[in-house]
Design a protein. Structure first.
Length: 214
């Protein structure tokens, strides 16, 4: 019998539903998985939205308190799909509880919060904690990294990146937390540009420390 990985999703809105959809589709893309994935728990802001999520995806556990999911023995891994201003507390709570977490980007709102997260990550090094920079896993990026590592481009001195996204060009788009500095931590650089920054490190390595892949 395959081991079952029971997933708890905190924040079941736009990106939370994409996480749920992605978990369900893993077996369609990767055959002979050594584990079985179950969407076991969900946390959202209101009882009504929790009830709706359980009805849509069949979650066994529904709550408005994220600590209930994190501390539950019925949950093996957490997907954090909440606004940026909640990431720090959720990540640290997972680290303390020894609960693996897959958190949406960006890590948090500022350097101060990042340093606090790092402190707990170093204190609990056996707990897996990661950020969902999914473009790393696209085939063109994987191939580009391989070619750079093989020396195909030679010594890389300059890299220029663009993230083409027109989601906020419409002036009639409704206000959201992403446009609230206190909640998001920043504008397009946080929301979209962080993908570009991550890919630079992924493709070239930690070039500040002389560990470049180029």
């Amino acid at each position: 019998m395959k081991k079952k990985i029971r997933v708890g999703i905190i924040g079941y809105s736009g990106i939370g539903k994409i996480h749920a959809f992605s978990y369900r589709n893993i077996p369609f893309y990767y055959k002979d998985l050594p584990v079985e994935i179950e969407l076991a728990g969900v946390c959202n802001r209101t009882p009504e939205s929790v009830e709706e999520a359980c009805r849509e995806e069949g979650f066994r556990i529904g709550t408005t308190d994220y600590l209930e999911l994190i501390n539950s023995k019925e949950i093996d891994i957490i997907s954090c799909c909440t606004p940026n201003d909640t990431h720090k507390d959720i990540i640290i709570s997972c680290l303390k509880a020894g609960k693996p977490i897959n958190c949406e980007k960006p890590l948090c709102r500022n350097v101060s919060e990042a340093k606090e997260i790092l402190k707990y990550a170093e204190k609990y090094p056996d707990t897996v904690a990661q950020i969902t920079y999914m473009y790393r896993n696209s085939l063109p990026i994987i191939r580009a990294r391989q070619m750079i590592g093989e020396g195909f481009l030679g010594k890389v001195y300059v890299i220029r990146g663009k993230f083409l996204h027109s989601g906020y060009e419409n002036p009639n788009r409704p206000m959201s937390w992403r446009m609230d500095f206190e909640r998001s931590g920043g504008g397009a650089l946080f929301d979209l540009g962080s993908h570009v920054i991550d890919l630079i490190y992924f493709l070239l390595g930690d070039f500040k420390k002389g560990k470049s892949n180029a």
